[in-house]
Design a binder for this molecule. Structure first.
Ligand code: PEP
Ligand code: MG
Length: 569
C-alpha cells in the first residue's frame, strides 16, 4: 500500500516504522490526596532533571553556532525558568494535580499566552513549548526519557509534526527517513532535514494507514511516496532507484575539484548559501568557490541573547579563516516577516511579509544595524567580504544604509579600530527593486537576485503556503522577464549579477540563467555538484539560444516543458 506526500529532502530509505504519537499514555485527571503532593513534586523534579540532562547531552554534541544548538538552548532556558517552575509547584501544591497534569496545564497555559501574541514566530515557539511539555509528560508517565532519543536502528519516524527543536534532539544516525503530516518545502524543519540529508516527506497523511511500530516501510522522497509493508517487486524497484541515486552522487563527487565552466570553457563561479558558520566547513566537500549568501538572521533567531558586535566580529572572522581567501558574502540580517527574533520584542503586524522586514527593520533600529555593520567592517580587515542588503526597493533606502555605513567607519576610526574595504550589493527581491535598479547601480559593486521573494512579491503568493503550489511556480514567464531586465540593466552599468534564490540551485534552470547573462550562482550545498555538471554540458551559445526561446514563452507549462526537455536530452 502506498500514500503520497511532498518530497522535501530527496532520497530513498528502507526501515522500520517508529510512530511518534503526540500523547502515548493517558493522563489521570483525578486530584491527589494532600499526603502525596510532596512525592509528586519530587517526581517532577526528577523528570525535569532527566530532560535537562538529556537536552544538555544532545547540545554537547553540536556546534554552538548551529541552529540546532540554539534551539536546545531555548528549551533549556524554559526548563530552568524560575517563574514556570514556581507555577508548576503551585499547580501541584494548591490544585492537587499530579506532576503530569500540572505540566500539561502549565505548559498549555504558557503556549496559549504565546499564541495570543499573533506572531508566526512566537506561535512556532508555542508549538515547541507544547512539545517540550509532552516530552516531560512522557518521562513522567513512562519513567524513561523521551522516545525521540530511543529510536530503533533504521527508524522511519512518523509523526504529526516535528518541531525544529525536536529535530535537534533526534539521534540522526538511527533515522532513515521522516514522514510528517504537516509542513512543506519551505518549512523550517524541511530546511534542517535537507541540510542533514535525511529523506523526508511532508503533508503525508500516514495516519490514515494502520501503521504500528516495527512495521517495514519504504520512503521514496524523490517521487513522494510512502510504502507500507512494500512488496518484493516494490522493494526491488526502490532499491534500483536508490542505487542509481547513490551512483549518481558518487559520480558527481568526481567533479568537485573541477573549475565550473560551460562546455566551451566559460567559467561560472558557483558559491554556496549558508545559514551558520558550521556549514562553511562543508564547502570543500563540494568544491564551492566561496559563500554567496550567509543568512545572518539565523544567528539572531532562536537565541535569547543577541550576538553583540564582538561576538559577530569573531564569527565573521572564523568564517573568513575557514574560507581561506575565498569570498564571504554576508547579507545583513533579514529579520521580520516569518523570521522573528524573540530577544527583540518585535511588534506584531497585520501583514508581516509586507511589513517591517529586511532593511526596513534594520534602518528603523540603527543601533542594532550599526553593531552588525561595525562587526562586518572590522572583519573585512581579515579577508574578502561582500556585504549585501535584503529588501531594498529604492535608492533612498540604499543611501540611508550607506550613510550609516560611513558613520560606522568613522566610529571605528575614532575608536582606533581598523576596518577593511567591502564590496557592496543588494538582494533584488521585489519588482520595485528591478524597476528602480538603474538609480541604485552607481552605488553598487554587485547585485544578487533573490528569486524566492521576487516570486512571492511578483505573483502575490505567500511562499510558505502549501495551498499555493500552482500560484508560486518554480519559474514563470513574469520572473524570467524580471531576471532578464535585472541582468541587462546591471550589465549596462558594469555591475556583476549573482543569484542566491532557490532557482539558482535548480539544475534545470542553470543553462537558461547563464543564457540570460547571470555571472555567478549561489546555491544550496546539496545541489551544487548537479548545477556544476549541468553547466558543463552546455556551450555558452546554446545557453543564449535557450534563453531567447524561453523569453518568447508566455505559459508556465510550456516553460517547464522546455526546461525539462533540454535538461533530459
Ligand atoms: C530570496 O528571497 O530569494 C532569498 C535568497 O532570501 P530568503 O530566502 O532568505 O528570503
Ligand atoms: Mg529573500
Amino acid at each position: 500500500m502506498t500514500i503520497r506526500g511532498i518530497a522535501v529532502s530527496a532520497g530513498i530509505a528502507f526501515g522500520q516504522a517508529k510512530v511518534l504519537r503526540t500523547q502515548e499514555s493517558k493522563l489521570d485527571y483525578h486530584l491527589l490526596p494532600p499526603d502525596q503532593l510532596s512525592r509528586e513534586q519530587q517526581r517532577l523534579n526528577r523528570a525535569l532533571k532527566a530532560l535537562i540532562k538529556q537536552s544538555q547531552s544532545s547540545a554537547d554534541k553540536l556546534d554552538p553556532d548551529s541552529e540546532n544548538y540554539q534551539l536546545i538552548q531555548a528549551d533549556l532556558m524554559l526548563l530552568e525558568d524560575e517563574e514556570l517552575l514556581a507555577e508548576l509547584s503551585d499547580t501541584i501544591g494548591q490544585r492537587q494535580f499530579s506532576a503530569a497534569l500540572a505540566v500539561e496545564h502549565t505548559f498549555a497555559k504558557q503556549a496559549q499566552a504565546m499564541q495570543e501574541i499573533d506572531s508566526p514566530y512566537i506561535a512556532r515557539r508555542a508549538e515547541d513549548v507544547l512539545s517540550l511539555g509532552q516530552r516531560l509528560i512522557r518521562i513522567l508517565l513512562t519513567g524513561h526519557c523521551d522516545n525521540l532519543c530511543r529510536l530503533p536502528e533504521n527508524a522511519i519516524v512518523l509523526a504529526k509534526d516535528i518541531t525544529p527543536a525536536e529535530f535537534a534532539t533526534l539521534p540522526l544516525e538511527r533515522v532513515s527517513a521522516l514522514v510528517l503530516q504537516t509542513g512543506g518545502v519551505t518549512s523550517h524543519t524541511a530546511i534542517l532535514a535537507r541540510s542533514a540529508g535525511i529523506p523526508t516527506l511532508m503533508s503525508c497523511h500516514w495516519q490514515t494507514l494502520e501503521v504500528t511500530d516495527g512495521q517495514p516501510l519504504a520512503v521514496d522522497a524523490i517521487n513522494g511516496e510512502l510504502y507500507l509493508a512494500p512488496k518484493p517487486e516494490q522493494i526491488e524497484y526502490l532499491a534500483a532507484q536508490k542505487q542509481q541515486a547513490d551512483e549518481r552522487k558518487s559520480a558527481l563527487q568526481a567533479l568537485k575539484g573541477n573549475v565550473t565552466q560551460t562546455a566551451d570553457g566559460r567559467p561560472i563561479p558557483l558559491l554556496a548559501n549558508v545559514g551558520c558558520i558550521s556549514e562553511v566547513n562543508h564547502l570543500a566537500d563540494v568544491g564551492a568557490e566561496g559563500v554567496g549568501l550567509f543568512r545572518t538572521e539565523f544567528m539572531f533567531m532562536n537565541n535569547h541573547e543577541l550576538p553583540d558586535e564582538n561576538r559577530q566580529y569573531q564569527l565573521y572572522c572564523d568564517a573568513l579563516q575557514l574560507l581561506d581567501g575565498k569570498p564571504l558574502t554576508i547579507r545583513s540580517m533579514d529579520i521580520g516577516a516569518d523570521k522573528e527574533v524573540p530577544a527583540l520584542a518585535m511588534t506584531a503586524e497585520e501583514n508581516p511579509a509586507l511589513g517591517l522586514r529586511g532593511v526596513r527593520y534594520t534602518l528603523a533600529h540603527p543601533d542594532l544595524f550599526a553593531a552588525q555593520l561595525r562587526a562586518i567592517l572590522r572583519a573585512a580587515n581579515h579577508g574578502p567580504i561582500r556585504l549585501m542588503f535584503p529588501m531594498v526597493n529604492q535608492v533612498e533606502e540604499l543611501e540611508a544604509i550607506l550613510t550609516l555605513l560611513e558613520q560606522c567607519k568613522q566610529a571605528l576610526v575614532e575608536a582606533e579600530k581598523g576596518y577593511g574595504e567591502l564590496e557592496i550589493g543588494i538582494v533584488v527581491e521585489t519588482p520595485a527593486a528591478v524597476f528602480n535598479l538603474e538609480s541604485m547601480l552607481p552605488l553598487l559593486d554587485f547585485v544578487s537576485i533573490g528569486t524566492n521573494d521576487l516570486t512571492q512579491y511578483t505573483m502575490a503568493a505567500d511562499r510558505s503556503n502549501p495551498l499555493l503550489i500552482d500560484q508560486y511556480p518554480v519559474l514563470s514567464p513574469a520572473i524570467i522577464r524580471l531576471i532578464a531586465q535585472t541582468i541587462e540593466c546591471a550589465k549596462a552599468a558594469n555591475v556583476r549579477v549573482s543569484m542566491c534564490g532557490e532557482l539558482a540551485s535548480n539544475p534545470k534552470a542553470a543553462a537558461l540563467l547563464v543564457g540570460l547573462g547571470l555571472d555567478e550562482f549561489s546555491v544550496n550545498l546539496a545541489s551544487l555538484l548537479e548545477v556544476k555538471e549541468e553547466l558543463s554540458r552546455w556551450s555558452h551559445q546554446d545557453c543564449v539560444t535557450l534563453a531567447q526561446k524561453a523569453l518568447q514563452i508566455s505559459r508556465i507549462d510550456a516553460l517547464n516543458q522546455l526546461l525539462t526537455h533540454c535538461h533530459s536530452s
